[in-house]
Ligand binder design. Structure first.
Ligand code: O7M
Length: 216
């Protein structure tokens, strides 16, 4: 039962809102990150809130515990429902994000392994498994794992068990939606949707595949 999460990495706030609104009926959540927030300002979170979908803050928070806590406070005060942090910073830093998220009634996801080719420079030789283990021990709600490497999602499932796995890298980065869907609780899709000639249609096509998988 996977969710379809739109990565809204657009720079123009009007265009971003238009795409989010037109795709909303096909989506389960929207992920906002540095590109849109740096361009539009944090106020866009309140602007998008009335669309009615959960909003996930992808700042891949990676600092000392005190700074992570301060960032998480800003994220949840701005109206986000979930935060994504890195795990290589260690237990105390991850716990700061998880604790802050839970204090606000929100969720925290930890990046276990990234989707791009260069990720293997460091997210290899057991590092992702260690980060996923830490995420579970810190009571994170889930991890981020690469749609570009389904075999790695399977390996990390063995670590996180029933926690959620959200997976980016579908489409433009080469990940195959149908192969990844049965492995995860959420797929994160950006350019394949917002870069399409008709984003609402593309989102609807993907949502139909997600729904087929849900009912199979
Ligand atoms: O579908 P795309 O390739 O246009 O966008 C993918 C989105 O997922 C984009 O917002 C990336 O920043 C993000 N992402 C990855 O592509 N790979 C990762 O390993 C991790 C993320 C991510 O969302 O991390 C939380």
């Amino acid at each position: 039962m996977a969710d379809l999460i739109l990565a809204l990495d657009l720079l123009d706030p009007m265009h971003a809102r238009e795409v989010a609104e037109s795709c909303a009926a096909s989506l389960d959540a929207i992920k906002l990150g540095y590109p849109l927030i740096l361009s539009a300002g944090l106020g866009i979170v309140r602007d998008l809130a009335d669309i009615g979908l959960p909003l996930i803050a992808d700042f891949k928070v990676a600092d000392i515990p005190n700074t992570n806590r301060l960032i998480a406070d800003q994220v949840f005060s701005a109206g986000f429902d979930a935060i994504i942090c890195h795990g290589f910073t260690g237990r105390d830093a991850v716990e700061a994000c998880v604790d802050a998220a839970h204090a606000y009634g929100g969720e925290c996801f930890v990046v276990a392994e990234m989707s791009h080719p260069g990720a293997l420079s460091f997210f290899s030789r057991g590092v992702a498994e260690q980060i996923a283990t830490l995420a579970v021990e810190c009571r994170a709600d889930g991890i981020i794992a690469p749609a570009t490497r389904p075999e790695r999602i399977r390996a990390l499932r063995g670590v996180v068990r029933s926690r959620k796995i959200y997976s980016p890298g579908i489409g433009t980065q080469g990940g195959d939606l149908k192969k990844v869907l049965p492995l995860v609780e959420g797929v994160i899709v950006g350019r394949t949707i917002y870069g399409a000639a008709d984003p609402a249609h593309e989102a609807a096509v993907m949502a139909a595949i997600v729904n087929d998988e849900r009912s199979s």
